[in-house]
Design a protein around this ligand. Structure first.
Ligand SMILES: *[C@@H]1O[C@H](CO)[C@@H](O)[C@H](O)[C@H]1NC(C)=O
Ligand SMILES: *[C@@H]1O[C@H](CO)[C@@H](O)[C@H](O)[C@H]1NC(C)=O
Ligand SMILES: CC(=O)N[C@H]1CO[C@H](CO)[C@@H](O)[C@@H]1O
Length: 279
């Protein structure tokens, strides 16, 4: 199924709610309930429900997680992951901020309905059904999109995808994605925010109940690739990677790297801690 127009996809979201376009974080084409967050709004887990609030703090939607749709293992999660590094924080102090800079690559030479995602993320170390991620995408996803690059911040949990309105970006544009722990209370409820610091209207704020997002990734994820030319060319460098824990310590993640040798796309760790994808 290919959508050529974000307007059409928007219509489908309202008409059908369940969207089976691609979503990042290993959800592939599994059906996710899709929720665009109003600008300046936020997400709050409240008991078993998830509330969507607008910029004024008014609840505009109450979402019930579908646990049967949750991704149950890291292997499932990585079904569309092509080249990636992951790191589970072994410290008792949680990830407090995770910053990555990368550049929008050239558009793929061919468009055959593929979806390419490049992102940093944090998720749960076990029960990996939750992921918060600033995502660069090419092609169509639940958020819309098409034959162009766009950035969106996503929070996916329990069969539901929450995301900011996609913002188109240009080849050569430098992106800095950040995910921050913004609060932690005595009942172990953690709050997070994620955004592209240099692209307006990409901030997503989430208040969780008892979810520590302590597994970090730098990832190339792709679906419906039919030819090598459906990828961009050259390299994408995840650089300026900064990992800070809540106790203030700055750590160098010991990335576990996986390549998709069949596609000939690979990732290499640089001496400066950067991760380079070669297409
Ligand atoms: C923390 O989460 C629990 C479980 O949903 C909730 O009952 C409690 O009110 C939350 N605490 C705070 C301070 O938000
Ligand atoms: C990924 O592929 C590159 C190029 O073939 C190779 O140098 C590197 O060792 C591979 N990494 C892993 C973890 O397999
Ligand atoms: C739709 C929307 O909220 N647009 C905002 C994007 O960010 C700029 C700069 O912060 C605001 O002026 C817009 O209102």
């Amino acid at each position: 199924m290919r959508f050529s127009s974000p307007v059409l996809l928007g219509f489908l979201i309202h008409a059908a709610l369940v969207v089976t376009a691609q979503a990042p974080g290993g959800h592939g084409t599994s059906a996710l309930n899709s929720h665009q967050i109003p600008a300046g709004g936020r997400i709050a887990h409240v008991g078993d429900d998830i509330h969507i609030l607008d910029a004024s703090g008014r609840v505009v939607d109450v979402v019930i997680p579908i646990t049967s749709n949750a991704v149950s293992s890291r292997q499932d999660q990585q079904s569309g992951y092509i080249a990636f590094g992951f790191w589970d924080n072994p410290a008792s102090s949680p990830i407090s901020s995770f910053t990555t800079t990368w550049t929008v690559p050239p558009a793929p030479a061919t468009y055959n309905g593929q979806t390419v995602f490049l992102f940093s993320s944090v998720g749960q170390v076990s029960g990996v059904s939750t992921i918060l991620q600033p995502v660069l995408q090419y092609g169509v996803s639940n958020t819309g999109g098409g034959e162009f690059w766009a950035v969106t911040t996503w929070y996916i949990t329990g069969g539901n995808a929450f995301y900011t309105t996609p913002v188109p970006v240009n080849t050569g544009q430098v992106l800095t994605g950040i995910i921050s722990l913004t609060g932690q209370n005595a009942s172990n409820n953690y709050s997070y925010a994620s955004q592209f610091t240099n692209v307006a209207n990409t901030t997503l704020q989430v208040t969780t109940t008892d979810q520590i997002l302590n597994s970090a990734t730098e990832t190339l994820e792709a679906y419906a690739i039919t030819d090598a030319s459906d990828y961009p060319t050259g390299t994408t460098v995840f650089s300026g990677i900064e990992m800070v824990l809540a106790d203030g310590s700055v750590v160098a993640p010991a990335w576990s790297i996986t390549n998709d040798t069949a596609d000939g796309v690979f990732m290499m760790l640089g001496g400066d801690g950067s991760l380079t994808i070669t297409y």
